[in-house]
Design a protein around this ligand. Structure first.
Ligand SMILES: [Zn+2]
Length: 152
């Protein structure tokens, strides 16, 4: 059974449920997909067409069955960097940017509070601050920044 069949059976089930409520189909038809299909195949042509039309309406309005594909995608904004010197391309997101700011603030704070009298801070290693305006490969500052949006 391929996914189209499964999709079709889902719609068929919805229609049959309605018919069961109306008393136009026996409730045991809903037991499993095989009995639904069997019931469907034994229907008169005109009844089949009628149901197919109903299914079409259901699938067009598509409010009955949630479609996973239509769920909003998560978007991630990143900065695309291209080095004009060596052609290196790299990305960084908001996370890296804020982490970098935090690291440089911490380093700056350490420089300010560190005098001969406050030793403990000296044992905290310097946090690495990546220069986001420099090519990590060749160190050139000739870079082109571009904002890109990824869908996940
Ligand atoms: Zn470079």
């Amino acid at each position: 059974m391929n996914s189209n069949d499964e999709e079709g059976i889902k719609y068929l089930e919805i229609v049959i449920k309605e018919l069961v409520v109306k008393g136009e189909a026996p409730a045991n038809v809903l037991d499993d997909s095989n009995s639904m299909l069997r019931w469907w195949r034994n229907l008169e042509q005109t009844k089949q067409e009628e149901i197919q039309n109903q299914v079409k309406i259901i699938s067009q309005t598509s409010t009955v069955i949630p479609d996973n594909k239509s769920q909003p995608k998560k978007k991630i904004k990143e900065t695309k960097n291209t080095c004009k010197a060596c052609g290196n391309v790299w990305f960084y997101g908001k996370k890296e940017e804020t982490e970098n700011v935090a690291a440089s603030l911490q380093n700056a704070g350490k420089a300010l509070t560190c005098c001969s009298g406050c030793l403990p801070a000296l044992f905290i290693p310097d946090k690495e601050v990546i220069d986001l305006n420099k090519c990590p490969k060749c160190g050139s500052k000739a870079i082109v920044k571009e904002e890109v949006i990824h869908e996940v």
